[in-house]
Design a protein around this ligand. Structure first.
Ligand code: NDP
Length: 511
């Protein structure tokens, strides 16, 4: 394939890149701190090849200090025991501040992650809505009462904050994923230690600035920058942490579950997916092809909800693949700083090599590359990009049909009837999301009920709302985020049984 076949966006205006890298420090007990030894990590923009941020590289000392600050803040009651109304007031201010800082945060998010600037703007401004929704939960949060236990008894079930929460986030949606967790933990009354990926620390640090400006008491949210080892690891083993919420790879999710077991912390995991879209012949095929194209190239496929495999009825497969290939050529790949760009850069050279290995392996196993299948060079840019790639002739046992490629690589499988389609959709260790395209409501409902995934989309893909809970079945994770269930994750439940009057017969009988 020549690059002429694609909609390539070459280097945009380089003056958009700040002359000096953003400097990111730890936030511990309300103070910005460098690492004790002064170590830092530099982030090179994956699209532009220049250093765009320099972050403190934390160690055990910073992590222990952050956990101690969160513990002290929790026990003090400065956040955990104030009213929901007071918590909501701070969170609503945070939402306003996010909206006032969209441009600044979107720019650094784009420079660190390589995603298009329009998408970063949407991610940051959309996160404000998560904060507003969580603020509403802070005010409506309540337990249960039991008034039917007899005349002399009243039962009350209290919902209480679980305590100190470790929040560990990845690089693909740094600000959005933080906002899927942090405001819900705060609405519950928890205190937190946050560790972003060392590749995308800056918007989390900017969030720390906004929290201070909004009046969040010191120590309620602490941020430690650095790597999984030792920072993330200590956040999952420390006895003063009550819960870990993590988004990232399934392998690290499993290791966190194992390391948290020693102190029996609660663990919530949002992991990978191999999310299918099933296309029936009676669907609106033009809309389905567009959604498939969106589902695979959004965030260059570096997305837990990426629809990286489609299952198409064999009667329409050839025409449908041809249409997806045609649409793929029109998707604007290139410089993330250009507002016209729809798909940006791959996060690291190592990740680019991993994507390419999956493609090479599929070809060696007999799959057929209909489009792309190699790295892409974008005129004027010194970063890593991958071609939009469509692979047909994929068999269910191939790695490319089963594993999370996390790149712009679509695998196509075919089916004969609805039972086949559902069996193929369920033939994965993952169960994050799944989609169906059909104009027959019975076909859609049957699929929705029989497919093992935390989210089912019918005749759409990747629509989400703060009200609608998100999370995975099988090895896609445990626990739920956002929506009312997202709040429940951060709550303990306590039973209070109250006797009314001295009606209880004494247990000790008189001799
Ligand atoms: P990881 O799961 O390694 O990283 C996610 C976060 O966990 C990062 O902040 C990381 O820190 C931290 N971490 C790493 N090891 C530990 C540990 N032992 N204890 C606690 N925290 C830890 O994802 P990668 O960035 O390495 O990506 C690898 C693959 O994971 C991708 O190719 C993709 O398949 C999948 N992935 C899935 C995501 C999703 O949304 N479900 C998101 C990102 C990745 P640090 O990296 O700073 O060391």
């Amino acid at each position: 394939m020549t690059t002429h076949d694609l909609n390539l966006i070459s280097a945009f205006d380089p003056s958009g890149i700040p002359a000096d890298p953003f400097v990111a420090r730890h936030l511990i007990a309300g103070e910005w701190r460098d690492s004790a030894g002064g170590e830092t990590v530099e982030r090179v923009s994956p699209a532009h090849g220049v250093v765009v941020s320099r972050a403190a590289k934390g160690g055990e000392d910073e992590t222990n200090a952050a956990i101690a600050a969160a513990r002290a803040a929790f026990e003090s009651g400065v956040w955990s025991r104030i009213s929901g109304k007071e918590r909501a007031a701070v969170m609503l201010k945070v939402a306003d501040l996010i909206e006032a800082n969209v441009e600044r945060m979107a720019l650094i998010e784009t420079l660190e992650s390589g995603k298009p600037i329009t998408q970063s703007r949407g991610e940051v401004s959309g996160a404000a809505d998560l904060w507003r929704y969580a603020a509403s939960l802070a005010r409506t949060l309540h337990g249960d009462s039991h008034n039917t236990l007899g005349e002399d008894m009243l039962g009350v079930v209290l919902k209480e904050p679980i305590g100190v929460v470790s929040i560990i986030t990845p690089w693909n949606f740094p600000f959005w994923i933080l906002s899927q967790k942090l405001p819900f933990a705060l609405a519950a009354g928890c205190t937190c230690v946050v560790k972003p990926s060392e590749m995308t620390p800056s918007t989390t640090v900017m969030m720390g600035e906004l929290l201070i400006e909004a009046g969040l008491p010191a120590g309620v949210v602490n941020i430690v920058l650095g790597y999984g080892q030792p920072v993330g690891s200590l956040m999952t083993t420390h006895a003063d942490v009550d819960m870990v919420t993590f988004t990232g790879s399934t392998a690290v999710g499993k290791s966190i579950t194992a390391s948290a077991a020693a102190t029996l912390k609660k663990v919530a995991l949002e992991l990978g997916g191999k999310n299918p879209q099933v296309i029936f012949p009676d669907a609106d095929l033009e809309s389905a092809a567009d959604a498939v194209t969106f589902g695979i190239y959004f965030n260059v496929g570096q997305c837990c909800n990426s629809s990286s495999r489609i299952i198409v009825h064999e009667d329409i497969a050839d025409a449908f693949i041809a249409r997806v290939v045609e649409l793929s050529r029109d998707v604007a790949f290139g410089d993330p700083l250009d507002p016209a760009t729809q798909v940006g850069a791959i996060v690291t050279p190592e990740h680019q090599a991993k994507i390419d290995t999956y493609v090479r392996q599929a070809v060696a196993e007999g799959a057929n590359v209909c489009l792309g299948g190699g790295v892409l060079s974008v005129p004027g840019l010194d970063g890593q990009f991958y071609q939009p790639t469509v692979i047909a002739g994929v068999r269910p046992e191939m790695a490319i049909a089963r594993e999370e490629v996390f790149g712009p690589v679509l695998s196509v499988l075919t089916f004969k009837n609805a039972d086949d389609a559902i069996a193929l959709a369920n033939d994965a260790s993952y169960g994050l999301s799944a989609g169906i395209w059909s104009d027959n409501v019975h076909t859609c409902l049957d699929f929705a009920r029989r497919t093992r995934a935390g989210t089912i989309w019918t005749n759409t893909w990747m629509d989400g709302f703060p009200e609608m809970t998100f999370g995975g079945m099988k090895q896609s994770g445990q626990g739920r985020e956002i929506g009312p269930y997202g709040l429940e994750e951060f709550l303990e439940v306590k039973t209070v049984a109250m006797r009314i009057g001295r009606t209880r017969a004494p247990w000790v009988r008189k001799r």
